[in-house]
Design a binder for this molecule. Structure first.
Ligand code: F6P
Length: 456
């Protein structure tokens, strides 16, 4: 069997695998057969970007990482990846900045990734590259003569063509993407946007997701990311019995818990969510003291200015909501800007009567799927989900909302709070089946089959 080589910007710390496993590790677990290689950034900066990777073996896998030079980190990671591509791909051009110098370094860093990976490659390796930080790695590998099959999966949305075209190097990025053999998207809408951009910028037509470019065939496929629902259910059930969870339940004093869990990112719609909660408190005084909203927001990309202003904005809104509505014995909003352990969060999901997942735009959003998997089927909570998360395409039994419409989100909170048990059970049963079907394992199987040339 061919070896699988995963290439991603962040590489999990082998020492932490399993305990603090992040999203990508969980999603890829099924594909990582012993002997696979995982290549990417170490998460560390140095005086210069490394020319050669450092390799360690752990748990049957090889991990190879490079450090980024400080200047490269700023221009590649903070600059073009997270200052230009991230906001634009999430269709929020107002948050995007463009700098030609940053883009030049983005290309150079992608070339440095390719150069350090090259000596580690074997002729029949299947190479699977992940996400927007690495759009140009395959093109650099091709220039170096690599003929292996290379796949790319975009974890974030692909924007509508009219927005994609705002990127000065739009054409160059499409050309670079077309050096892969397979390009995977989370939803049919994302793939449609990409094919639309190919048509408007390069005049290319696709048939059944297949594009022919420079005598090469590229499969554009939809393979949504999922979770391992059964193991998440077990973790949530076990943790919900432990002491932290009992403390949480005691502190609620019989009130319903509404829970939000996100990275502190402007795409997650947190200011709008807080405004909607305030609107709910204002418009539904009869429900006021029946609910407690806990928002966990893990700090992220704090060196990007827009993330700092977001943090200040949320601090301000929290103070304002609690100042206006708190009582001697009740605080309406608990807001935590710390990273909580995955297992703790699993237990909290199970306790929560409402899961509030309202990003303004999101590639998939695995919180929505984890929330469903964590529920007690006999007495499940209600998922309120943004229509603009990729997950919404496959979760029609959630209460779907437009996160910009704060009145509608306030209404949804009130509806969730009083939803009868039979309706909660019926919605949850349907959602759980979908989350179990569109699993992490199914994602890996579908994408690797396309990569190996046996998909479809
Ligand atoms: O899914 C989008 C993504 O950028 C991943 O690539 C990344 O691992 C995660 O969000 C967290 O972002 P960052 O790596 O910038 O901390």
């Amino acid at each position: 069997m061919a070896r699988l080589v995963i290439v991603s910007n962040r590489v999990p710390d082998p020492a932490e695998r399993g305990q603090r496993a992040g999203g990508l590790v969980v999603s890829l677990a099924e594909a990582l057969a012993p002997g696979s290689l995982w290549f990417g950034w170490s998460g560390k900066t140095a005086a210069h970007t490394s020319r050669a990777a450092k390799q360690v073996e752990a748990g049957g896998l090889s991990y190879a990482t490079i450090d980024l030079g400080e200047t490269d980190y700023r221009a590649f990671y903070l600059g073009f990846s997270n200052g230009s591509l991230w906001p634009l791909f999430h269709m929020m051009p107002g948050n995007a900045v463009f700098d030609r110098g940053d883009y030049a370094i983005y290309r150079e860093v992608n070339q440095a990734f390719a150069a350090a990976l090259l000596p580690l490659l074997r002729p029949d390796d299947l190479i699977w590259i992940h996400d927007y930080q690495l759009l140009g790695v395959a093109a650099a590998l091709r220039v170096a003569g690599v003929t292996n099959r290379i796949g790319f999966f975009l974890h974030i949305p692909f924007p509508a063509p009219a927005l994609f075209e705002l990127l000065p190097p739009a054409t160059a990025l499409l050309e670079a993407m077309l050096t892969h053999d397979v390009i995977g998207f989370q939803t049919t809408q994302d793939r449609g946007h990409f094919l639309g951009a190919l048509s408007s910028r390069l005049g290319l037509a696709a048939s059944d997701g297949v594009v022919i470019h420079r005598n090469r065939k590229i499969n554009c496929v939809v393979t949504p990311v999922g979770i391992d629902a059964d193991s998440f259910t077990v973790m949530a059930t076990n943790i919900a019995r432990r002491i932290d969870a009992r403390r949480m339940i005691e502190s609620l004093a019989g009130r319903a818990l509404m829970l939000g869990v996100d990275r502190l990112d402007y795409t997650k719609g947190l200011p709008e969510r807080f405004d909607a909660y305030r609107r709910f408190l204002q418009d539904y005084p009869e429900h006021r003291r029946q609910i407690s909203f806990l928002q966990i927001a893990a700090p992220s990309r704090e060196e990007v200015e827009r993330y700092r202003t977001l943090r200040e904005e949320l601090n301000h809104k929290t103070g304002s909501i609690n100042g206006a509505y708190s009582d001697f014995d009740w605080v309406p909003l608990r807001y935590m800007t710390r990273t909580a352990a995955r297992s703790t969060v699993a237990g909290l999901y199970r306790i929560a009567r409402i899961g509030l997942v309202t990003p303004l735009r999101d590639g998939m959003n695995l919180v929505a799927k984890e929330y469903v998997a964590a529920q007690n089927p006999a007495d499940p909570g209600v998922l309120i989900l943004s229509r603009f998360a990729g997950a919404a395409a496959g979760m029609p039994e959630a209460i779907l909302v437009n996160p910009y419409d704060i009145d509608a989100v306030a209404e949804a909170i009130a509806a969730a709070l009083v939803m009868p048990q039979e309706e909660r059970q019926a919605r949850h049963a349907a959602l759980l089946e979908r989350v179990q079907d569109v699993s992490a394992a199914a994602y890996c199987r579908a994408f690797t089959a396309w990569l190996a040339g046996t998909g479809g």
